[in-house]
Design a protein around this ligand. Structure first.
Ligand SMILES: *[C@@H]1O[C@H](CO)[C@@H](O)[C@H](O)[C@H]1NC(C)=O
Ligand SMILES: *[C@@H]1O[C@H](CO)[C@@H](O)[C@H](O)[C@H]1NC(C)=O
Ligand SMILES: *[C@@H]1O[C@H](CO)[C@@H](O)[C@H](O)[C@H]1NC(C)=O
Length: 889
């Protein structure tokens, strides 16, 4: 109590000075630079809420920051002034606890002190004296020496954010804040890895940029850094090439911030010193409400309708759920107990049907090909394992390690074969009261224990053996999943129930024309327990298999089929199975057991067209082959549209769905599957499952989806065949410049830029207008093309792209024109003006850009409120101004 006196004195003087200087300084925030010696505190700059330095544009401020005005935590921080977004914090771990405590800028650097004078944060020592602290217009706070060389800068030490012109190098991490007022490190991380950018919580992945529906992979290659700029979010290679990108609407400034809730937000600002955001400019992931690790608290169950608890759980007092039988969920902290690695027995509580865990989507299984009891044993033997999920169809075992988050209800989307169990320590006998006599206490504890033990031994012996047998005989039905503890309590009637379900499973639906029906066990034999995965299409994973007769097959495990009944499924299968055409992949058989739906297709050994067409190395697809692919695919589609009793619209024509095999075989895959989805899902399916770039404009308007919708997509594929690359490519040129709105009549194009434009359909249109077709061909072919055929294919493609569906040729005409057996149509330039809009960087529905976000929003709006909102949409992303819209519509 004696010592503070001499220390207080200067503080009081300082305070007084501060009050005086406050009067002098009021509103006088330094611009760009402050020089040593300089002192700031929240109190000294109370009129400006701690702001003491602003960048020359006013967009960024250096501040003694008091987030959420909680009065006991102050930080040295950089704010984006218009949006009040904190983009950098110095002393996040050790806040200043008093508003009068000072921050000093001296020739040695910056130091932040707490009220009793201890330095809580400082810059490292430098070889040269500091001459100035500068905040530049990009938001970088830097210490400069006498020659203006940077000694230290905030951009090198990102906290939870990066801004445009800042790079987050590979290995770099953004760490969320703990809350909106406590900026210390929270539990969420963004990591930039050599291949990706990922979000993690307590070590488990919950989002991956490369998996995001809006991301586009441009190049293979190692990532060097992540950055945002005016056109999007990028992972760059060391040579500056783009590895992965997310195109976003034009903006001058972007801020990437990992929120304390675990969401990664890319905020966009039309200009750096305004808070106005371009329409559709937000990018927030994970986008699904249930995809956050703690969307519903620990052990909560996230459903489309909100949060609840799994069946055998009840809400606990501290947000989240706990087992209703009173047993205790284990935590990793008990691993270090004196009991020596947890010697007490553990048991498991089931999570019920149709429940999955966010991390399973991203984690490889801990064990594959083994049964559920091995999975459980694996978890029991690992102290850090708090629960496990077992996928009955792939025999995959996933462990939940370290920490338990929320679970996701998958019943609404169906198709979940996962069984989830949580490790618990059984509750103590409830009667451990302290008032009763020790004798009765002993009996109260012992008696039930003994009875339970005897019951366990007897019943489990009976049930486990019968359960094992049944499991071997037939795949386990998910609806049978119960508390594993119940095994010991299962009465014979339970077993009878099991058998009945298996009988239900095996019921025979007789529909004429059904292809071979396989049991799940047979499928497992065919695929060697799903050993070789050869792809992951829009409907689920595809595995290689071999039929008993030796022919190779591709087995598609359908995911995300709605609550559709078995009978409806079989009806569709009968339709698909009855379609035979040389250019359509043949359905050899199928399997439907419980929730499982599998399709067995003939195997195409060269895989999908995109692999051969877009691969950077390896043999090129020669021109002749490309023509054959175009003709084959066109014939296949024409057959779907006109050749069958029932017209089938593919809805997802793209190179990924055109399969190749030796001997020049070309076949369309995945047809007829759109019908297996509910209307809602098919909306999702077409907008979210990789169709971007091939989507016809009518998907966005209220116009009906017809066979001409497929024609449009096929036109896009034709152009990619000509050019040998994706229509929207990696080489983004400076489009979107100041040219007048020449899209209004579509004839005054800027053909001088044809070669430069990165949007190939526009280049094709401009090449057509200039009658220069040969230049459009894949340069890698080095002229090994037939000029007349290039012209023909480009013209056919452009006709397919006509904005008005009625002006597009039918698929039969397309096939005829490609073969040269029908007269070639002349493209109508007036109906193609919209390509200029897309090509100028206003990403429309037909490319892979920011439209993806817009599109999804539109669909989700449409889904919720029926079709009304879709009819009121103009059909164009609303961030286009009306003048920009004047042309095509
Ligand atoms: C925004 O910054 C520009 C310079 O970058 C400046 O000319 C303009 O005045 C600033 N606007 C505001 C509102 O500060
Ligand atoms: C350092 O930069 C400031 C402002 O940017 C400028 O006024 C000054 O002349 C520069 N000093 C040197 C030595 O370049
Ligand atoms: C953003 O970076 C990409 C990739 O390098 C580039 O193509 C694009 O032009 C940049 N955008 C702006 C506005 O600088």
């Amino acid at each position: 109590m004696g010592s503070p006196m001499p220390m207080r004195l200067p503080l009081v003087v300082l305070l007084l000075l501060g009050v005086v200087s406050l009067r002098v300084r009021a509103g006088k925030v330094a611009t760009e630079l402050v020089k040593p010696d300089f002192t700031a505190s929240y109190l000294l700059f109370i009129d400006t809420y701690g702001v003491f330095l602003a960048s020359t544009s006013g967009a960024f401020q250096a501040v003694v920051y008091n987030p959420a005005s909680q009065q006991d935590r102050y930080y040295l921080a950089v704010l984006h002034a218009p949006s009040k977004t904190c983009v950098w914090v110095a002393n996040r771990a050790v806040p200043i606890t008093d508003r009068a405590a000072p921050l000093h800028l001296t020739a040695r650097g910056i130091s932040v002190e707490d009220p009793n004078g201890t330095v809580v944060w400082s810059t490292p020592p430098f070889g040269a004296p500091v001459a100035a602290l500068r905040l530049d217009n990009s938001g970088n706070l830097a210490l400069l020496d006498g020659r203006n060389a940077t000694l230290w800068q905030s951009f090198d030490r990102p906290t939870d954010s990066i801004v445009s012109s800042q790079r987050l190098p590979v290995g770099g991490i953004l760490t969320s804040a703990a809350s909106d007022s406590d900026l210390s490190e929270g539990d969420y991380r963004l990591n930039v890895t050599a291949a990706d950018a990922v979000l993690t919580w307590m070590g488990s992945l919950y989002w991956r940029l490369s998996n995001d529906v809006n991301s586009i992979k441009d190049h293979d290659g190692a990532v060097a850094y992540m950055a945002v700029n005016g056109t999007g979010l990028y992972l760059f290679a060391a040579d500056g090439g783009v590895v992965i990108q997310v195109a976003l609407p034009a903006a001058e400034l972007r801020i990437v911030k990992l929120g304390y809730d675990g969401k990664l937000l890319v905020a966009s600002f039309a200009s750096a010193n305004s808070s106005s955001t371009p329409m559709g400019g937000g990018f927030e992931v994970p986008s699904g409400g249930c995809d956050l690790p703690l969307s519903c608290g620990a052990l909560g169950l996230c459903t489309p309708k909100g949060c609840t608890c799994p069946p055998l759980f009840a809400a606990s007092h501290d947000s989240g759920c706990a087992p209703s039988n009173g047993s205790t969920v284990l935590s990793v902290s008990s691993c270090g107990d004196a009991t020596g690695g947890r010697s007490f027995p553990v048991s498991y509580v089931s999570l019920g049907n149709g429940v999955t865990y966010y991390a399973i989507k991203f984690a490889p299984p801990a064990l594959a090909g083994d049964n559920i009891s091995s999975c459980q044993e694996l978890c029991t033997s690992n102290c850090a394992c708090l629960g496990y999920f077992y996928d009955d169809s792939s025999l995959s075992c996933y462990l939940v390690l370290h920490q338990l988050g929320s679970f996701i209800n998958t019943n609404s989307t169906g198709g979940s074969d996962k069984l989830g169990y949580i490790k618990v320590q059984s509750s103590q006998a409830p009667s451990s009261s302290n008032s009763s006599s020790s004798n009765s206490t002993l009996i109260a504890i012992l008696l039930p224990t003994i009875i339970a033990f005897v019951l366990i031994v007897v019943v489990s012996a009976v049930v486990i053996t019968s359960w094992r047998k049944e499991r071997r005989r037939a795949g386990r039905h998910p609806s049978r999943s119960r508390d594993l503890q119940l095994r010991r309590q299962r009465s014979p009637s339970d077993s009878a129930h099991l058998v009945r379900e298996i009988v239900d499973d095996g019921d025979d639906i007789v529909i004429p024309g059904l292809p071979t029906r396989f049991t799940h066990d047979e499928i497992e034999d065919i695929t060697n327990s799903f050993r070789i995965k050869i792809g992951a299409g829009g409907f689920g994973a595809v595995y290689k298999g071999e039929l008993p007769d030796g022919s190779l097959v591709a087995v598609k495990k359908i995911q995300g089929v709605g609550m559709q009944g078995k009978r409806e499924f079989c009806t569709e299968i009968a339709v698909i199975g009855n379609i035979h055409h040389i250019n359509l992949v043949r359905l050899r058989g199928f399997c439907t057991e419980g929730q499982r739906r599998l399709l067995v297709y003939e195997y195409m050994n060269r895989g999908s067209l995109d692999r051969s067409l877009f691969r950077p190395t390896g043999p090129l697809l020669e021109w002749k082959e490309r023509i054959d692919v175009a003709i084959g695919a066109a014939r296949g589609l024409a057959y779907l549209h006109f050749g069958c009793d029932q017209r089938i619209i593919h809805c997802d024509v793209k190179p990924e769905n055109i399969l190749l095999a030796d001997g020049g075989q070309v076949k369309i895959a995945d047809f007829g599957l759109a019908k297996l989805l509910t209307p809602e899902q098919s909306g999702l399916f077409t907008t979210m499952r990789g169709t971007r770039g091939y989507l016809a404009p009518e998907w966005l308007s209220n116009a009906p989806i017809t066979d001409r919708t497929d024609v449009y997509s096929f036109g896009m594929v034709l152009l990619e065949l000509v050019r040998g690359r994706k229509n929207r490519s990696e080489h983004v040129s400076d489009v979107g410049g100041g040219e007048a709105s020449d899209s209004s009549n579509g004839t005054t194009g800027s053909s001088s830029r044809a070669a430069k434009s990165d949007y190939f359909p526009l280049a094709a249109l401009e090449g057509h207008e200039a009658r220069r077709y040969a230049e459009l061909a894949d340069p890698r072919l080095q002229g090994r093309v037939v000029a007349e055929e290039v012209e023909r294919v480009v013209k056919v493609a452009l006709c397919c792209l006509h904005e008005d569906p009625h002006l597009r040729p039918s698929m039969a005409v397309v096939a005829g024109m490609l073969e040269g057996t029908m007269e070639l149509w002349e493209p109508r330039v007036q109906s193609l003006g919209f390509l200029r809009l897309y090509g100028r960087g206003f990403t429309g529905p037909a490319d892979g850009g920011g439209s993806g976000i817009k599109l999804n929003q539109m669909w989700s709006v449409g889904d919720r409120s029926g079709t009304t909102s879709l009819t009121t949409m103009s059909g164009w992303p609303s961030y286009m101004s009306s003048s920009q819209l004047s042309g095509p519509r």
